[in-house]
Design a protein around this ligand. Structure first.
Ligand SMILES: NC(=O)c1ccc[n+]([C@@H]2O[C@H](COP(=O)([O-])OP(=O)(O)OC[C@H]3O[C@@H](n4cnc5c(N)ncnc54)[C@H](OP(=O)(O)O)[C@@H]3O)[C@@H](O)[C@H]2O)c1
Length: 264
């Protein structure tokens, strides 16, 4: 299905993980995708070669979203090469995983600069490039740490909560221009980030997640990418200001399941 042929997308933090999967999903539908990468130009270039094969083609764009000058330069490059934008996916994230009592001011500043400033100011530039484009869509990649407590996720969860509220406000402000703004949220997908966070406990974490999830499985990066891709499709043309949760139902799970009769 080439329903995004002739459309232009820009994804931050796209050289690996969820961003990479989203880039492949959009390119498979015919979109040309600008791949935001921070350091690894070779990895981004290799992905662009894959996107060419997938159908849509791509453009590597160096971008540390926390750096205002790089943000401007990156959108200038996208504007110069694409001339317009139909999809913007704010996916990049990083934080120092710490209990709140150990957090230093620079941890907060960096986390919020990436997640909040990166989204707020990225959308300002993206919206200008989306003027007059039919079906324009902006997607913020969020995380369940903004709706449930998670050890050492306090600052990132607060930044994601701010980002989700900004997305709703943007949906309200940009709707009259035909630009939709939504979030995709999820609990777990196997990426570098989760492996780093869980360390040696990663296999045990996966077992816990499977057991707690009503669908008895784990989301893949492709599952999350599919939700991002849906929000950029004509099928989602009236979906605006929403958060789609791709979690197999895990957030419905009771906090004390061990004391309840098992269902299987
Ligand atoms: N994986 C999960 O279970 C999970 C759960 C909930 C939410 N999420 C969210 O999903 C999104 C993607 O996560 P992931 O699991 O794919 O993580 P990942 O594998 O660690 O990838 C993170 C991406 O963000 C980029 N990035 C980090 N800091 C950046 C910066 N300052 N400027 C630009 N790019 C930067 C990284 O680029 P480099 O390669 O250059 O470092 C990388 O491409 C994030 O928003 C994360 O919070 C993930």
């Amino acid at each position: 299905m080439q329903d995004l042929a002739g459309k232009y997308a820009f994804i931050t933090g796209a050289s690996r993980g969820i961003g990479r999967a989203a880039a492949l999903a959009l390119a498979a539908r015919g979109a040309s995708v600008a791949i935001g990468y921070r350091k690894e130009a070779d990895t981004a270039q290799a992905l662009v070669a894959e996107l060419d094969k997938a159908g849509g083609g791509g453009l590597p764009v160096r971008l540390d979203v926390a750096d205002p000058e790089q943000r401007e330069a990156a959108f200038d490059r996208v504007a110069e090469r694409f001339g317009a934008l139909d999809v913007f996916v704010a996916n990049a994230a990083a934080t120092a995983f710490k209990p709140l009592l150990e957090v230093k001011p620079h941890h907060v500043q960096k986390t919020f600069a990436i997640t909040v400033d990166g989204f707020l100011f990225g959308v300002q530039r993206a919206a200008r490039l989306m003027e007059g484009r039919a079906g324009a869509s902006i997607v913020a990649v969020s995380g369940y740490d903004c709706v449930r407590t998670v050890p050492r996720h306090g600052v990132l969860g607060a930044a994601k909560a701010a980002m989700e509220m900004l997305a709703r406000q943007y949906a309200f402000e940009l709707g009259p221009r035909g630009i939709r703004v939504n979030c995709v949220n999820f609990v777990y997908a196997d990426t570098d980030s989760t492996r780093f966070f869980a360390g040696q406990g990663h296999d045990a974490l996966q077992d816990d997640m499977r057991a707690l999830t009503p669908l008895r499985g784990l989301a893949s990066a492709d599952d999350v990418a599919a939700a991002i891709s849906y929000l950029c499709s004509d099928g989602a043309r009236f979906v605006n200001g929403q958060t789609i949760m791709v979690d197999g139902g895990v957030l419905l799970t009771s906090p004390a399941p061990a004391h309840l009769p098992p269902i299987d």
